[in-house]
Design a protein around this ligand. Structure first.
Ligand SMILES: Nc1ncnc2c1ncn2[C@@H]1O[C@H](COP(=O)(O)OP(=O)(O)OP(=O)(O)O)[C@@H](O)[C@H]1O
Length: 653
């Protein structure tokens, strides 16, 4: 037989008549089809032939050993033998599961399929692609034709134009694939009547949906509202919708929590007037979210919205280089085995109810997986209580700590939390938020006790209201303060990279500050460990606007994705926000895939040393991009001030 690219025995199962059976088949890949034969003599027609143009995704799956899943659109031309025919809806995606004998074989198949399928990473040249699936733009319909329905919908509501398609159709496809894989298909049910808002009912937790800025705000809004059972926070804050000058931070109410278990009632009951720093920050965040939300609906609103960074989406094993769960850090898979993860958590967390040991003071922040509280340690465990392993019997009474409270049953991705625990437990460094201990309560709740970072996150001190085009351009940070933050972050990253850990979600929201002006990295949910064998990952994680092009382009990647994100964070400090933040997320992904290194809009605010540093971070070619070790030798970092000078910046609060 001619044109065979790869062939061999596999086991397969598809939905349909024999969906419960793994069947042995001879698989043949040629230029156009993936065909399943009963024997390798090709004496009969194939049992099933799948057009390569219909394959929209291939990913590893833990259904069986050495197993992967192919998703194909069923409205494409496909030969199915009568024995295997079944009813399917047009345009639906159907899976086929393939299991190979060896891991090597599996990788061989994945690479070969990826290379041949135009809708996967091995996209052929744009002309070729267009020819194969007849993608084009129909001016009568005003939309793209020949793409899957879900993509057509997305394109219709996105800001991607036909010119963008002509300029770089491959980048458009990458962005679409990426967006779809990231969000899951259901997130693509856009509200056609109001594409700019695109607000669908948000699932809980909602963090993982990439969408427009408005959605991020909707997300934090809905989080706030659902936490308070909608009765208290909104009316109070609505009545206070005014600009929120930095000088006016001292006269707001506090949410005083006595006990985490009853905090919702307490939130309602105990709004007292106090002059507390962190409460003010928290409240401002909520208020800004509401302001932005109302602005979207109220044309009279005059305030410029604050930037709210969309949070990192869920990772999915994606392509041929995807990985099996690592012994230590868990790779993200679709289904959580709760019991297994809780067992693993107990290797780090103490299986004891910690309530008697802490007094909640106030809420410091709200994450996707739970709330963070400022608390005080009021009691120590008995020294002879073996459950505490002595590790924290020597802690200090009155110590102020941050407690992240996570309701495990509400977490669809417990691996993220597990990862966070493992990395924090192993990573003691002055530029990493210090993990103290963790408790697991009746297998239901996890309390992570950390050092308290009263300065909040870096995003809070950037100036989101600054008009990027205004004549009085300035940044709230001077160059030496920027150099200081970057130097400290680089040191934290060097520690992680030296330990073969990639953070994968570096952005200003994940840099915390304390009252001594110290700068520390937090949020280790997306960390992953590189092993000797696999020095490149292919899983898609991170937050779109900070994401390196090699992730959007779904290539294998390494620790230098953190360097790219660090560069974007430096742009945040100079420009006030990351590039493309005002673009719709799909367009932003396209621009990251297509544009190469982003342009600094306020380049004149910084010196050549800073620009050189930025250049080294934002090289699209990973080989040319500096490593963190190299970055630490750049002259830019010699400009760094010390913590004391940086502390002045925090006085804004
Ligand atoms: N150690 C800390 N000290 C002080 N404040 C903190 C600390 N850790 C987190 N926070 C505050 O709590 C907020 C939520 O933190 P968290 O790490 O839960 O956020 P997230 O990354 O958005 O969510 P998640 O980790 O649940 O996915 C942060 O924005 C920060 O303001």
């Amino acid at each position: 037989m001619k044109g065979i690219k790869r062939e061999g025995w596999i086991s397969y199962k598809a939905d349909g008549m024999f969906s419960f059976l793994w069947q042995k088949r001879y698989l043949v890949l040629n230029d156009s089809y993936l065909s399943f034969y009963k024997s390798n003599r090709f004496s009969e027609d194939p049992v099933l032939s799948v057009a390569l143009t219909s394959i929209t995704n291939v990913s590893r799956i833990q259904l069986k050993q050495n197993c992967f899943e192919i998703l194909r659109l069923t409205d494409q031309k496909e030969n199915v033998s009568p024995m295997n025919s079944y009813f399917y809806e047009s345009n639906s995606k159907r899976p086929i599961f393939i299991s190979t004998r060896t891991e090597q074989d599996l990788h061989g198949w994945l690479d070969a399929i990826f290379a041949k399928c135009p809708l996967l990473s091995g996209v052929s040249s744009p002309t070729n692609f267009t020819h194969k699936v007849h993608v084009g733009y129909d001016p009568k319909v005003g939309n793209f034709v020949g793409v899957p329905d879900s993509w057509a919908k997305l394109l219709q509501t996105s800001e991607i134009t036909y010119d963008d398609w002509n300029r770089n159709s491959k980048a458009v496809i990458k962005a679409l694939q990426f967006y779809e894989d990231y969000n899951g298909l259901d997130s693509i049910q856009t509200d056609q009547s109001n594409p700019s808002l695109n607000l669908k009912p948000l699932k809980s937790p909602t963090k993982y949906i990439i969408n427009k800025r408005t959605n991020s705000i909707k997300r934090s809004l809905s989080k706030t509202l659902s936490k308070s059972k909608t009765d208290s926070i909104l009316p109070v804050y609505q009545s206070e919708l005014k600009p929120f000058p930095r000088s006016a931070v001292n006269n707001n109410s506090i949410i005083n929590l006595k006990d985490a278990k009853t905090h919702e009632n307490d939130m309602h009951a105990s709004r007292e007037k106090v002059t507390d720093l962190r409460t003010t920050q928290l409240k401002r965040k909520e208020q800004q979210a509401i302001q932005h939300h109302l602005q979207k609906h109220d044309s009279n609103a005059t305030l410029k919205p604050r930037r709210v960074a969309p949070a990192a989406p869920v990772a999915k094993l994606h392509n041929g280089k995807a990985i099996t769960p690592k012994e230590n850090l868990l790779e993200l898979k679709d289904a959580d085995d709760s019991e297994e993860i809780i067992m693993k958590m107990k290797t780090v967390a103490i299986d004891v109810n910690p309530r008697p040991y802490f007094q909640m003071i106030e809420k410091a922040g709200q994450g996707a997986s739970g709330a963070v509280y400022l608390s005080k340690r009021v009691k120590l465990p008995q020294k002879n209580d073996s459950r505490f392993l002595n590790s924290h019997c020597d802690r200090i009474i009155e110590e102020r700590v941050a407690i992240k409270q996570i309701h495990l049953s509400e977490q669809p991705k417990k691996q993220l939390i597990m990862n966070e625990l493992l990395v924090m437990n192993d990573s003691h460094h002055e530029n990493i938020v210090n993990f103290l201990e963790a408790y697991i309560i009746y297998d239901k709740e996890l309390w992570v006790i950390m050092e308290y970072m009263e300065g909040g996150c870096l995003t809070d001190i950037l100036d989101p209201t600054a008009d990027i085009n205004a004549s009085n351009k300035s940044s709230p940070l001077n160059e030496s303060q920027m150099a200081y933050i970057i130097k400290e972050t680089c040191q934290g990253l060097k520690f992680l990279h030296d330990n073969k850990i990639i953070h994968r979600d570096i952005k200003s929201d994940n840099i915390l500050l304390n009252s001594q002006g110290l700068v520390k990295i937090t949020d280790f949910g997306f960390c992953v460990e590189l092993t000797e064998k696999r020095s490149k990952r292919a899983t898609m994680v991170g937050t779109p606007y900070w994401m390196a092009p090699e992730i959007v382009n779904q290539k294998g990647y390494g620790e230098k994705v953190d360097v790219w994100s660090l560069g974007i964070m430096l742009i945040e400090m100079i420009d006030g926000e990351p590039p493309y933040l005002n673009e719709d997320p799909l367009k932003a992904l396209y621009l990251i895939a297509n544009n190469g290194s982003p342009v600094l809009r306020r380049a004149e605010l910084v010196s050549k040393k800073t620009r050189q540093f930025l250049d080294a971070c934002l090289q699209v070619n990973v080989e040319l991009r500096a490593s963190v070790r190299e970055l630490l030798m750049f002259d830019f970092l010699l400009l760094a001030c010390g913590p004391k000078e940086f502390k002045q910046t925090l006085k804004w609060y």
